[in-house]
Design a protein around this ligand. Sequence first.
Ligand SMILES: *Cc1c(COP(=O)(O)O)cnc(C)c1O
Length: 337
Amino acid sequence: MIDLRSDTVTTPDDDMRNAAATADVGDDVYGEDPTVNELETRAAEAVGKEAALYVPSGTMGNQIAARVHTDRGQEVLADRKSHVVKYELGGFAQHADLQVRMLETDRGVPTPEQVDEATVAEDLHRPGTGLLCLENTHNARGGLAIDPEKIAAAADAARERDVPVHLDGARVFNAATALDVPVSDIVDPVDSVMFCLSKGLGAPIGSMLAGSEEFVEEARRTRKLFGGGMRQAGIVAGPGLEALENVDDLAADHENARLLADGLSELEGFDVQEPETNIVLADVSETGLDGEAVLERCRERDVLATAFGPTTVRFCTHRDVDRENVERALERLVAEF
Ligand SMILES: *Cc1c(COP(=O)(O)O)cnc(C)c1O
């Protein structure tokens, strides 16, 4: 089986399993797990923020950020196709009593004019805007690597109106790799950033939420509130430290995605979006089949992908598939389509 459903399917390698087995541990709710403490320090350094918090999932990281940055009843600005809007169960409403104002954007990032226009000041009738949430890379739009200047322009517009900015950077290291910029260039203009250790970086579990000391202190309380306070979490933070060493490997995933996209675009009825990172989107409407039927045919050939909308299929490269696997997957699909 060649599993291209997601970069979350990576399994821990020997270094990670070793790190789990040998991690120094303590009770992290008491702040006494040295491995978690090291991971939080190293993660903060990696993105150039004052502090960071280890959280069980990217979703929890985004939800904590929204809760910490806002007051009950405020609005959040977010792209219509962002993960926080589409795939987090409407959590902003459930966990922070927020209303989302969705923006129709180019490449998933609003212009400063859009931010300005959509921001509302609190008055008798309006709740006030409490947060701008950006995403990089942009998952649902095909793993787009958003330029730091675009992030900075949107963030500056929000901050001029005293609206804080959170970046859903689940794959922010993929963005930095693709754009060949330090990740801090992307993250400097925002107040907080979440990134996943458990995706392309290959850790079994966990994400990081980074920002100012003050933000992280409050985020730590909110993590406890959400039931995310963990005890001897060094067992999973150890592999997380190994994952931070894997940033340089992401370029290979991107190269494999380009190879995959080239091959897929040769298939009858596949309209393939040029990949910028490790995600390849194919519109399969011209095959005469819907996305689910295409996936079923892929599965029969031992290739797995996911449906992204009725006629769009997503393929995702990662460290557990190499160039040879991609070539083999393409050979199988050429025989099928
Ligand atoms: C995967 C993902 C998340 C959530 O991460 P989980 O660890 O799966 O909860 C958030 N945002 C984006 C853009 C993602 O791709």
